[in-house]
Write a protein that binds this ligand. Structure first.
Ligand SMILES: [Zn+2]
Length: 440
């Protein structure tokens, strides 16, 4: 190899300088000072919560420290990214030990419990390797009494464990978590050379920080994988009954300088919805809102309406509803199939309140992050194109919890008699979808 002087080692790596805040600059590059500051600021955004185990936090800090030196040596990005994928396993091990508070119960082939003191993950591995089991191997007893296979205590077991005890969540994340573990296995057992850049490494660091924080119960504000609950504004929507346009505004602002619309007849509703005027964070499906079907990307609640804008303003000033927050991962939807008609998803409490003529057919109970995911899963399932059976779907971002007549589907949804069926006023907008589609 070529031996470099200290001065040469201190020279910026030109390959890194091409990565600017605007993306990869072809023919342009940053000054080394600016690139050093910029790249450090990129990873400075990814923080771990103080609640996270010390060892995991130290490893994450090492990654951030070394990432800064990518300005001098481009190959560092590949090393940092590979190491980041390995830290996922360390975080799961640390969380496993934290979670079990000093003792883990394993179940043997005869269903007997073995309580094993555990102060570090090596204690688990030592037990599993020194007490080998014939057949299916050791199983782990979970706090709710269930048991799960835990023969080797490797990454796959830990990932399944984290899902079963509810530390990792979200249907779309299932696939992402699996992809990250596959990448980790590739890194641990590489079959060929690979070279990555600062953008993908920073992306992996961001995902890693989200996963680790989530394992310790801390969601990420504005996160990509495990976001903190979204703020829902009290939102007013209005549209002319003879037109196709619609308008939305934050109610508190809209009603202060309210002017009656022209002489056309206007309908109006007041909703709680993820709505941020002038920002990309608004619910992109809001124009399709339907009070009895789930079509918006985030949960939307009908507070008042439909009615005139004047009445809406009066109701608002009397009641002054407040914004709130909503979580949208792992929601439960019911999808109805009646003959050739497949209906848009509904919330269980709405389905439970439907009149008799709207309850016929087969109902599918589906867990998904977004109603579209639930709908497509059921459509594929009834059409026999891909999605099959109950449980976590391998083809898409949904989990089937069961199917049958409505009362059975409600039981699968965990809808108990003490919950109140709620049928909202019937509201559709000019751009709402038809409530059912014909399937062949
Ligand atoms: Zn599916």
């Amino acid at each position: 190899m070529a031996i470099k002087t200290l001065d040469e080692l201190r020279q910026a790596d030109e390959r890194t300088l091409h990565f600017t805040p605007m993306g990869l600059g072809l023919g342009v590059q940053m000054r080394p000072d600016d690139a050093a500051e910029y790249q450090q600021k990129v990873v400075a955004q990814f923080d771990l919560d103080p609640i996270v185990a010390e060892g995991t936090r130290q490893s994450f800090e090492h990654l951030r420290t070394i990432y800064a030196y990518g300005v001098l040596c481009y190959e560092i990005y590949t090393l940092v990214r590979d190491q980041a994928l390995l830290v996922i396993e360390q975080a799961l091990r640390d969380r496993f030990v934290d979670f079990h508070k000093g003792a883990v119960t394993f179940v043997d082939n005869t269903n007997s419990n073995h309580r094993v003191p555990v102060s570090r993950y090596e204690d688990v591995q030592e037990f599993l390797t020194s007490h080998r089991q014939r057949g299916w191997g050791w199983r782990l007893r979970l706090p709710n009494g269930d048991v799960m296979a835990f023969a080797g205590g490797m990454l796959g077991d830990l990932r399944t464990w984290a899902r079963k005890v509810g530390l990792l969540r979200g249907q779309r994340n299932r696939g992402i978590e699996r992809a990250l573990s596959n990448l980790r296995n590739f890194v641990a057992h590489p079959t060929n050379y690979h070279l990555g850049g600062p953008v993908e490494t920073a992306g992996t660091m961001r995902d890693l920080a989200e996963i680790i924080n989530q394992l310790w119960g801390v969601p990420t504000p504005g996160g990509r994988l495990y976001p903190a609950p979204q703020r829902r504004e009290v939102t007013v929507m209005t549209w002319p009954t003879d037109g196709k346009e619609w308008y939305a505004a934050v109610a508190a602002e809209a009603f202060t300088d309210f002017v009656d619309p022209d002489d056309r007849r206007w309908e109006c509703v007041i909703l709680r919805a993820v709505f941020r005027p002038g920002d990309h964070g608004s619910d992109p499906e809001l124009s399709h809102y339907d009070s009895r079907a789930e079509v918006t990307r985030y949960p939307t609640e009908l507070l008042w309406g439909p009615g005139s804008v004047t009445d809406a303003a009066a109701w608002f000033s009397q009641n002054l509803p407040e914004p709130d927050e909503c979580d949208y991962l792992d929601r439960i939807f019911l999808v109805r199939r009646d003959g050739a008609n497949l209906y848009l998803p509904t919330r269980p409490e709405v389905a439970a309140a439907l009149p008799d003529q709207d309850r016929t057919g087969t109902w599918y109970t589906v867990k998904a992050d977004h109603p579209n995911d639930a709908y497509h899963h059921v459509r594929n399932r009834v059409a026999g194109t891909g999605c099959q059976g109950d449980g976590e779907c391998r083809e898409c971002h949904a989990e089937s919890l069961g199917s049958g007549p409505l009362h059975t589907a409600l039981v699968h949804a965990g809808f108990h008699a003490d919950l109140v069926p709620t049928l909202p006023n019937d509201v559709t907008l000019p751009w709402s979808h038809p409530r059912f589609q014909q399937i062949t």
